[in-house]
Design a protein around this ligand. Structure first.
Ligand SMILES: Nc1c(NC[C@H](O)[C@H](O)[C@H](O)CO)[nH]c(=O)[nH]c1=O
Ligand SMILES: CC(=O)[C@@H](O)COP(=O)(O)O
Length: 229
């Protein structure tokens, strides 16, 4: 229980932190405000702990009678404010490279925007999505990277081959993360048509490479700042 939570606990009017502005694609843009509620049930505030980490504590008044009950719950989240100093590998499938090159560009743009240095990024090309898992696991186990971003595009054809490749890519990336202990992020498009893929590779549905790079940044921070042994 922090000193500030104790102090708030003695107030009749309990300040409440409210997220004013947050989007899923830009969660770092969260703004917080403190408002006062006469019969508040929740106190929530965010305490930043140096670079890249935050802890939220929630205190609940359950009877609303003025005697303040403090159940402190610690919430750990990775930061997406800056990823400077974190190292990333990107495993990218060459199959459908008209798409995967655009996803890679989006990922590199995001890393640049979040201050990741070029020398802290390694890009590893593999033939197709089927091959991503084994390489991601190898890189993860090397302990050289804070997170591994896996990029590919599987586009449905006439046979059940699509399902085989999608299943292999999905379980491969998942296993790589679980077996290596390094976050392995799933940036693989699974589309019925090429048009769907283009829409998600910098077209009207955004760039999934850029979005998943942000996930890599958050997971790198979470592990580095909160989940180290
Ligand atoms: N059809 C797609 C593939 N197929 C290739 C496999 O990933 C693999 O390289 C091959 O079976 C040899 O092991 N790969 C994709 O990334 N996307 C596809 O749509
Ligand atoms: C992943 C696919 O489905 C595709 O590349 C393979 O096409 P097809 O099923 O027509 O052989």
């Amino acid at each position: 229980m922090s000193a500030s939570a104790l102090a708030f606990g003695q107030c009749n009017r309990v300040p409440r932190a409210t997220i004013l502005n947050s989007t899923q694609s830009q969660p770092h843009r969260q703004l917080f405000s403190l408002s006062f509620q006469r019969q508040s049930v929740t106190l929530s505030f965010t305490q930043f702990l140096g670079f890249g980490s935050s802890i939220e504590r929630h205190c609940k008044d359950q009877n609303g009678s003025g005697s303040f009950r403090t159940d402190a719950v610690r919430e750990l989240t990775g930061s997406v404010i800056s990823a400077k100093g974190h190292r990333f590998a990107i495993v990218v499938a060459r199959f459908n490279d008209l798409i995967t090159k655009k996803l890679l560009e989006g990922a590199l743009d995001t890393f640049k925007n979040y201050s990741v240095r070029e020398e802290d990024i390694d890009v590893v090309w593999v033939p197709g999505c089927f091959e991503i898992g084994v390489v991601a696991q190898h890189l993860g186990k090397s302990q050289k990277y804070h997170a591994i971003l896996c990029i590919g595009a599987v586009i449905r054809g006439d046979t059940s081959h699509y399902d085989a490749v999608v299943n292999a890519a999905t379980s491969g990336v998942l296993s790589a993360g679980l077996n290596s202990g390094t976050p392995c992020i799933f940036g693989v498009l699974t589309c019925d048509t090429l048009e769907q893929a283009f829409n998600r590779a910098g077209g009207k549905s955004g760039n999934k490479g850029a979005e998943t790079a942000l996930t890599a940044i958050e997971m790198a921070s979470l592990f580095e700042h909160h989940l180290k042994p």
